[in-house]
Structure formats: structure tokens, C-alpha cells
Design a protein around this ligand. Structure first.
Ligand code: NAD
Length: 672
């Protein structure tokens, strides 16, 4: 039996090195975007685009230059970096140019016979160690790779448009693929900023089963409503309606192709709506101008769309096509759903969901129905991955769309995992790390805070409520280590501070940006660092009052970070070793008063010169002083919660939060 894959792809190092030369076959809509992703992730990589049409290659290379130019204009790439992205990027109509590739990604026209020919031509040219993957939207790996000489080096890697920006990639784990291939692909994608989701080898895999059937259902509804009406109703659930997206992606032929495949394999209920063959463009307004829809019509459309969504979701989980948390995350991130279908199901409740599914079963006979109680389809922890190494639970915060920022549900999930295992003698302790390579945790969602502005006691209570995980950590007997693999901001830094030790990659950094929003960090940052590292008070003063950044190296110099690591593997090794070293030796945090020098600020500006609020800095200074003088840790934390409540009643907080929501710089001049 092969070992299961770790939930966090970076936890299993891959012996295979990074690719040096990648071939992308097909320079149509998506192939060049895949090439651009590869070149921006690994600028030194050589990429060769292959197409049978020179015009397609010329257009693709011109498009990639436009992308790079735009990135420079927007300040996202330096001109030298853009040149590096465009260097070693070639096009060719000759498959011989693939000979030195260590990975070939096929993204040519969706047609099985054509793809068979392409793979035969490619395998005849590449070396034995080269990897071969297909970007097919629908064709199972078993059908695509059955004729290969070495099928174990091949699988499907299914990107989503626009592939240079959309992080999701389905990686198909089919029976004949080498386990090492799947490990390498997931590791590679995760390490280069993508979100790989493991999917079973069925027609259309996981996410296109949702998307294609959502679009097909919309097309079937056209006998009773217009495309504009259907899109407008759909916008309750998605950022853009199905017809708007089909127009954007020239998607009608793809839905015909993919739904025909599903119908042939699984039944007539999947047959594509005939109208998809005869219409090229749909008449539908932009998402910001929804059409008027009568309440009766709205209800009918809404029920059918929800029906297909719930039906597909339960089928995906009943057949083990994908994981529940991946389904929700993939629908949000790859397909633009506002909530995942399982989140929607939870919100609708079992009774409503069952009623809708029953109605859908009547209207669309043959469509899949749940095989078990609806409650059992929910993921156990939608925003976390949990692995185990050497009796240590590794908790990965996974909210890639928000740089792993905390929200109430995620906080409860972390607490849930800890509570479930902390009394288990087989578990020595816990490590908390962020998903991917950029962020440990980018803070806490703004959540309910805007509705609490002006209400000191409710805001203070909110801070107390948000502290439930941190207060639990204070009282734990088993160690919890923060493994900082990137930025740790605001609430994320406060979480790391409360862990029993911190290890960090050298590239990690920490910051308390609350003061730039006209608020303050109320769940420990004005208290805990001064009790743990009193000698470094000036550093924490600057972080709190000026939003100064703290690099991992500086954090290590003052003792905030216990060990520094060169890379992710070393980080996890150090974190696990720390858990073992601290097991049975945890020391409670200082309870009594601490001596802290006054927090005096000459000018209300950030370390890099942005204007701040003097009144908020005054509240921070007072809270730091009062918390240091508090006789117990609990009393000191209470000072922080109340200061958070007081900050919520300032004009500065109103301005700061309004500016944040309106994506503008705050003006603290008038607010003081
Ligand atoms: P496309 O029609 O825009 O481009 C296909 C390209 O393949 C064309 O430029 C064509 O000339 C080229 N081609 C055809 N035969 C070839 C051959 N023998 N050798 C080399 N090149 C050849 O298609 P697309 O939308 O870019 O899709 C490509 C693949 O990716 C399909 O399998 C599709 O299902 C899949 N896919 C597309 C998207 C998307 O958003 N476009 C998303 C996910 C997956």
C-alpha cells in the first residue's frame, strides 16, 4: 500500500529537482498563460511554446510581452525582472524543440484523438525522466495516457483561467501515476504560489463538474427566462453569472464537449442543452447592471441553480472525487463563487436543502441525490489542514485567498483540533504554520468590527471573544509552536506571540499594522511581548505605535524567534524538534507587574512616513503602561480588551475603517 499524501503539499519534500526547461504545447487561450505563470514563478526557467500555427505562437509571445509591460506599468514587476521573465521564452512549430524538456504540459485543443497523437509525438522526443501532463478540462488520465510507453510519468494538471493569476490547479491522482510524480507536482505548485487540489480521475474531474453543469443548467432554463435574468439571479451566488462567463471564455463549445463526455459516461441527464450549439454570444449585461426579475421567476431559477449545485456537490463527495474543504475552496477561488456549495448548504439548513434537492430530482430525473445525511457532507475543518510528524500535529492555516488571515470560524477550528488531541498521550504537541510560501497569517478579518464602531463594551467583548484560542494556549500543558513561513501580521503575530515558541524562515517578517487603520491590537500585543521579552520594549513600542516591521533575523536577536531556518523543510524540522524539547517543560507567562519604559512618540507617523492618529497612539501608550502595571496576566489582557473598545469609539477608527473598506489612504488630520 502506498503512503497517503500529506494534507499540506510542502510537508513531503520531493527528491525531484525544479524543472529547467518546460514545454507548453498549444499556444491558444490558456497555454501562454500557463507559460507566463511558470516564467514569473521561476524567471530563470526556459519555456518553449509549441503550436502547429506560427500565427498562434506570434500572438502568444506578443501577449506575454503585454502582460510583462502591464506588470511594469502597475509597479508589480521591475523592468529588469520583466526582461528576465521574457528571456528564455521561445516559440516553435517543431516538436524537436521539446527534446531537452524535463516537463511538457499539453494545452492543445480538447480532442482525445488529437491529444493521443500529441503525446505519442512528444514521448518519442523527450527523455525517460521527463514528466508529461495535460491541461484537459474533462478527459480522464486513463483515456489520455493509456497508449504511453511510460504512463506512470504522466497525469492531468488542470489549470483555471486566467492561469497566470488563478491559483487553483487540479492534480489528478490516477492509479497508474507514480506517487512521486503526484508528490512533486503538488509540492512544485504549492511552492510557486498555486493551490493544487487532488482530484480523482473521472470525466471533468471535480470543479468542472460543478462549473459545466451550472452553465448547462442555466442554458436549460432558457425556455422560461432570458440569459440576463438567469445571470442576475445567479449573482446571489457568483461574482459573474454563467452566461457572462461563457461569453468571456468562449465557453459554449467547451460545455458541449464536456457535458457530452459526462452524458456518454454517466447518463442522458448530463446531455448539453441544444441551444449551446447554436448561439455564439449571449445577450447579458455586465454583473454590475443586473436585470429586473419577477419574484416567481427568481424563485424558480434560484431553486434550479441551487439544485444543480447541491446535487453535484453531494455526488462529488459520495464518489470520493475530491475533498469537501477543497470543493468549497476551489469553487470560491477558481470559479468565483461567493461561498462554497457546502457553506451554502450549511446556511440553507438541512430542511431547505433536502426540499430543494427533492424538487430538483423531480425536475431533472437522473441527477445525483445524496446517499447519506446532509450534515455528513460538511468538512471537519474547512480552513485548516492537519498532518502528523513524529507524534506532533501540524496545523496548516489554509485561506490562500486571504493570505491565511484568521476569522472566527478558523479560530474555532484551531481550538477544535487542539482540544481534540491535547489529552491524547500519543500527541506530544502542535505546530501551527501557514499554507504556501508567502504568509504564516496576514492578520484577522475585519469581520463584525465595523458594526461595533461607537460601542465600547461590545467592541471590548469582541476582543475577549476573539481571544478564546489565545487564552487556551496560555493554559496548555502541551507545547504549541508557531512556524513562521512568511508574513505574520496583526492577529497572526498575536497568535504567534501566544504560542510557546516561534521558529521562522529567514525571509519571514512580522508587523502590527492596526495603528495604520486607526485601531490597536487588543488581543495581547500590548501585553504579552513586554512580559516575555521586557528588554526589547523599544522594539515593541515601535511595532505598536509606528507599525514598524520586525524581520525574522531581528526577532531572533531579541529572543522573539527561537530558531531560524533556511527553508520550509528545515522550518518544520526545527518546529517539531522544539515541540519535543519543550514537552513537559512549559513555563507559565509572567503573572506580576513588569517594568516597561514609557511609550513616547515624537510624531504620529509610520516608520515609512505615513500619517497616523495621535489619539490612537495615546490609547496604545496608556494601555501598554496600564497592562505592565496590572497585577496578573488576566488583568493585563483585560486592559487590552478595554483599550480596543475605547479605540472603536474614536473618530480615527471610523476614518481608518472607512478608508480600508473604500481602498483609500486614511486621513487622520481631522480626527486627531
Ligand atoms: P484553444 O483552442 O484556444 O487553443 C488550442 C491551441 O492548440 C490552438 O492554438 C491550436 O492551434 C493548438 N493545437 C492544435 N493542435 C495542435 C497540435 N497537434 N500541436 C500543437 N498545438 C496544437 O484552446 P484553449 O482554450 O487554450 O484550451 C486548451 C486546452 O486547455 C484544452 O484541452 C482545454 O479543454 C483546456 N483548458 C482550457 C481552459 C481555458 O480557460 N481556455 C481552462 C482549463 C482547461
Amino acid at each position: 500500500m502506498t503512503a497517503p499524501l500529506p494534507a499540506n503539499p510542502l510537508l513531503e519534500p520531493s527528491a525531484r529537482p525544479l524543472p529547467r526547461h518546460v514545454g507548453v504545447i498549444g499556444a491558444g487561450a490558456i497555454g501562454p498563460d500557463i507559460a507566463y505563470y511558470l516564467k514569473t514563478a521561476l524567471p530563470a526557467l526556459s519555456v518553449t511554446l509549441i503550436d502547429i500555427r506560427q500565427a498562434a505562437i506570434d500572438a502568444a509571445l506578443a501577449r506575454l510581452r503585454e502582460y510583462a509591460d502591464k506588470a511594469v506599468t502597475r509597479g508589480k514587476l521591475k523592468p529588469e525582472a520583466a526582461e528576465e521573465v521574457l528571456a528564455n521564452l521561445h516559440g516553435s512549430t517543431d516538436y524537436d524543440a521539446l527534446a531537452t524538456c524535463d516537463w511538457v504540459i499539453e494545452a492543445a485543443t480538447e480532442n482525445l484523438a488529437l491529444k493521443h497523437r500529441i503525446f505519442a509525438d512528444t514521448e518519442a522526443r523527450i527523455g525517460d525522466d521527463a514528466v508529461l501532463t495535460s491541461n484537459t478540462s474533462s478527459l480522464p488520465a486513463a483515456r489520455l495516457f493509456s497508449n504511453l510507453r511510460r504512463p506512470e510519468r504522466a497525469t492531468v494538471t488542470h489549470f483555471f483561467a486566467p492561469a497566470w493569476r488563478n491559483p487553483v490547479v487540479e492534480v489528478i491522482d490516477w492509479p497508474r501515476a507514480d506517487r512521486a510524480l503526484i508528490v512533486w507536482l503538488r509540492h512544485f505548485f504549492c511552492a510557486t504560489g498555486k493551490l493544487p487540489l487532488i482530484t480523482r480521475d473521472v470525466p471533468c474531474f471535480m470543479l468542472d463538474r460543478v462549473f459545466d453543469n451550472w452553465c448547462n443548467e442555466a442554458a436549460l432554463l432558457l425556455d422560461g427566462a432570458s440569459a440576463a435574468e438567469i445571470d442576475s439571479v445567479a449573482q446571489e451566488f457568483v461574482h459573474a453569472g454563467p452566461f457572462f462567463v461563457l461569453n468571456l471564455a468562449h465557453g459554449n463549445p467547451i460545455i458541449v464537449e464536456t457535458n457530452t463526455l459526462q452524458a456518454d459516461a454517466e447518463g442522458e441527464h448530463y446531455r448539453p442543452a441544444p441551444i449551446l450549439r447554436s448561439v455564439e454570444r449571449w445577450v447579458t449585461p455586465a454583473p454590475k447592471q443586473p436585470a429586473d426579475v419577477t419574484p416567481e421567476k427568481r424563485a424558480c431559477i434560484r431553486e434550479r441553480l441551487l439544485g444543480v449545485l447541491l446535487s453535484q456537490s453531494v455526488d462529488i463527495l459520495d464518489r470520493g472525487i475530491g475533498e469537501a474543504a477543497d470543493l468549497d475552496l476551489g469553487c470560491r477561488v477558481a470559479l468565483g463563487f461567493k461561498q462554497g456549495p457546502l457553506e451554502l448548504m450549511r446556511e440553507l439548513g438541512d430542511a431547505q436543502s433536502s426540499r430543494m434537492l427533492a424538487r430538483f430530482a423531480q425536475e431533472r430525473p437522473g441527477m445525483p441525490m445524496p446517499q447519506r445525511a446532509l450534515g455528513t457532507y460538511q468538512p471537519s475543518a474547512s480552513d485548516l489542514l492537519v498532518d502528523a510528524i513524529d507524534s506532533v500535529k501540524i496545523i496548516t492555516l489554509r485561506r490562500p485567498e486571504a493570505l491565511n488571515a484568521l476569522h472566527d470560524q478558523m479560530t474555532d477550528q484551531i481550538l477544535g483540533v487542539i482540544r481534540r488531541h491535547e489529552d491524547d498521550p500519543a500527541v506530544t504537541g502542535f505546530v501551527i504554520v501557514g499554507y504556501g510560501t508567502k504568509a504564516f497569517c496576514a492578520g484577522a478579518d475585519i469581520g463584525r468590527f465595523p458594526s461595533l464602531l461607537g460601542n465600547a463594551s461590545a467592541a471590548a467583548q469582541y476582543a475577549r471573544d476573539c481571544s478564546r484560542l489565545l487564552v487556551h494556549l496560555d493554559a496548555m500543558r502541551k507545547p504549541v509552536i508557531a512556524a513562521l513561513n512568511g508574513m505574520a501580521l496583526g492577529g497572526g503575530f498575536e497568535l504567534a506571540l501566544r504560542c510557546h515558541a516561534r521558529v521562522a524562515q529567514r525571509s519571514a517578517w512580522m508587523q502590527l499594522p492596526e495603528v495604520t487603520l486607526g485601531i490597536l491590537p487588543g488581543i495581547g500585543a500590548m501585553v504579552v511581548p513586554y512580559r516575555r521579552w521586557p528588554n526589547a520594549a523599544p522594539v515593541f513600542h515601535a511595532m505598536l505605535a509606528r507599525a514598524a516591521r520586525l524581520s525574522a533575523r531581528s526577532a531572533s536577536a531579541i529572543g522573539v524567534v527561537d530558531d531560524l531556518a533556511d527553508d520550509f523543510d528545515a522550518l518544520i524540522r526545527l518546529a517539531v524538534a522544539r515541540v519535543h524539547a519543550l514537552a513537559g517543560r512549559l513555563e507559565p507567562m509572567a503573572q506580576g507587574r513588569v517594568v516597561v519604559p514609557p511609550l513616547d512618540v515624537a510624531e504620529a507617523r509610520t516608520a515609512d512616513g505615513r500619517m497616523l492618529s495621535a489619539s490612537i497612539i495615546g490609547l496604545i501608550a496608556a494601555a501598554v503602561r496600564d497592562a505592565a502595571a496590572a497585577p496578573t496576566l488576566a488583568a493585563a489582557l483585560e486592559v487590552g480588551y478595554r483599550a480596543f473598545g475605547a479605540a472603536a469609539c474614536t473618530a480615527a477608527a471610523r476614518e481608518g475603517i472607512a478608508a480600508f473598506l473604500e481602498h483609500r489612504e486614511p486621513d487622520f488630520g481631522p480626527t486627531g
